[in-house]
Design a protein around this ligand. Structure first.
Ligand SMILES: Nc1ncnc2c1ncn2[C@@H]1O[C@H](COP(=O)(O)OP(=O)(O)O)[C@@H](O)[C@H]1O
Ligand SMILES: N[C@@H](CC(=O)OP(=O)(O)O)C(=O)O
Length: 438
């Protein structure tokens, strides 16, 4: 049979008990030859992920605050796991090296990456797999963009030398060879890159939920699972905050046509969600596939009389954003209005400067700004060519007392995006879920 790549998220490798479950899963199928692991995640509600502790150590050092106790918490977690797994890798030696690098003022990417590095060393020993470091294999350019083809070649060449390997997720290297991490949740991307490089039959992504659910289970209790979903639908949902899979993990699997299977380490008997190129058949009465949302966007609406007759307005507008190096999330427009939706993170405190440039270069009659906006995407192929979907969605929001600040419907009719106030995010998701699913 083909090769399976299995990525285990933080909660699946949080301690020796969880790592024991992953071993059972891996041993149940000899095709699971390449294993990608995250840093130890939360063991219980209120626990702290090792990655967060490591970032905290770095912040303490930067502010000249004592960090030793925090670092000791990290050390203790790995040392206990080493003892409980009954492996002897001398984890202390690695911890000493990391501490010494910390004291020399290492980068925060280096320190954050050590969570996955140490876990992969322990897990490789426990499984009897080779440890293959991702640092020199996953390559980024000087601007921090991952170089997909170069990475694919490097991974292919190295992994061909190993029949079975455990690989740390979340990081690779900059052109100078130093550690460079993905954004948070990036071990999912490593898993997809490895799956592509070895031509996997399937990329299994093991986590703590039995697949992708129609809505975030922390918002909609008992949300229904999705049995099959297309890459496109999933990307819309991941991009909009369905954190179960990093949005950039989809591309490597998609180009190589590798299905992604989201599975639950605590319930391996569940089939989870299968993500493929084609959407699965719609269930009886199914209209939407999923709902996801995230907070902290700003909508800037520009109104100008006779805008519809003006040439180059949108080009100049996007040019201004390019000068600020700000990605455009959405661009809903009317006859004499154009709105831009930007994430507050990318605005990074420069709103006044941006508005000044809009005023100077675009000369709108009015500019209306709504900060603290949450975006919600309702996604699904079942929505296209079906009349009344938007009406149903807007009625559900109106009945829940939610004020809609922005609407954007993609031309594929596969998604409807609404902007609401941050405080209304959860209420809105529940209202949409109840209208379409319950
Ligand atoms: N639509 C969704 N379906 C399933 N889980 C979701 C969804 N949206 C958000 N989540 C959250 O994603 C979590 C799994 O992602 P993550 O914490 O990154 O896992 P891991 O550490 O295993 O990579 C779930 O526990 C759940 O709280
Ligand atoms: N450990 C990193 C990378 C990651 O992907 O973790 P997880 O698989 O637990 O989401 C983080 O916390 O961001």
């Amino acid at each position: 049979m083909g090769i399976k790549v299995a990525k285990f998220g933080g909660s699946s490798v949080a301690d020796a008990i969880q790592i024991g479950k992953t071993k059972k899963i891996i041993e149940a199928d000899p095709d699971r030859k390449y294993i990608v692991v995250s840093a130890p995640g939360k063991r219980f509600d209120g626990d702290t992920k090792v990655t967060d502790l490591l970032y905290l150590c770095k912040t303490h050092i930067e502010h000249n605050l004592p960090y030793e106790q925090l670092f000791q918490v990290v050390c203790d977690r790995y040392k206990v796991t080493e003892v409980n797994l009954e492996v002897e890798v001398n984890i202390q030696k690695y911890l000493d090296e990391i501490k010494s690098n910390l004291e020399k003022g290492t980068t925060s990417d280096y320190i954050a990456s050590r969570g996955e590095y140490l876990n992969a060393i322990l897990i490789a020993a426990y499984l009897g797999y080779d440890f293959v470091d991702a640092q020199s294999l996953i390559r980024f350019n000087a601007k921090g963009k991952m170089l997909a083809e170069e990475t694919d070649q490097a991974l292919k060449a190295e992994l061909a030398k190993h029949d079975r390997a455990a690989i740390p997720g979340f990081y690779g290297c900059s052109p100078d060879g130093s550690v460079k991490t993905f954004s948070r949740g990036g071990s999912d991307i490593t898993g997809a890159l490895v799956a592509r490089a070895v031509g996997a039959e399937v990329y299994e992504n093991w986590t703590d939920v039995s697949g992708f659910l129609v809505a975030d289970p922390r918002i909609v209790e008992g949300a229904k699972p999705i049995s099959t979903i297309s890459y496109k639908e999933l990307r819309e949902l991941s991009y909009m905050g369905a954190s179960v899979l990093h949005e950039d993990a989809i591309y490597p699997a998609r180009v190589a046509d590798i299905p992604i299977n989201i599975r639950n380490t605590n319930r391996p008997e569940d089939e989870g969600t299968l993500i493929t190129a084609e959407a699965g058949p719609l269930e009886d009465g199914q209209i939407i596939t999923g709902i996801a949302g995230s907070k902290d966007f700003t909508v800037i609406a520009l109104y100008k009389n006779m805008l519809s007759d003006e040439r180059g307005f949108v080009r100049r507008l996007t040019g201004i954003l390019e000068d600020f190096d700000i990605p455009l999330e959405h661009l809903p427009s009317g006859i004499d209005t154009v709105s831009v939706v930007l994430s507050n993170k990318s605005i990074d405190g420069r709103l006044d400067e941006i508005l000044e440039q809009f005023q100077q270069q675009l000369k709108p009659d009015t500019i209306d700004v709504s900060e603290e906006v949450a975006l919600i995407a309702t996604v699904g192929y079942g929505m296209s060519d079906r009349p009344g979907v938007s009406a149903k969605l807007f009625t559900a929001l109106a009945e829940a007392g939610v004020n809609i600040r922005m609407i954007d419907q993609g031309s594929s009719e596969m998604n409807i995006i609404v902007g609401v106030e941050n405080k209304d995010l959860e209420t809105s998701i529940r209202a949409i879920y109840n209208a379409f699913v319950e």
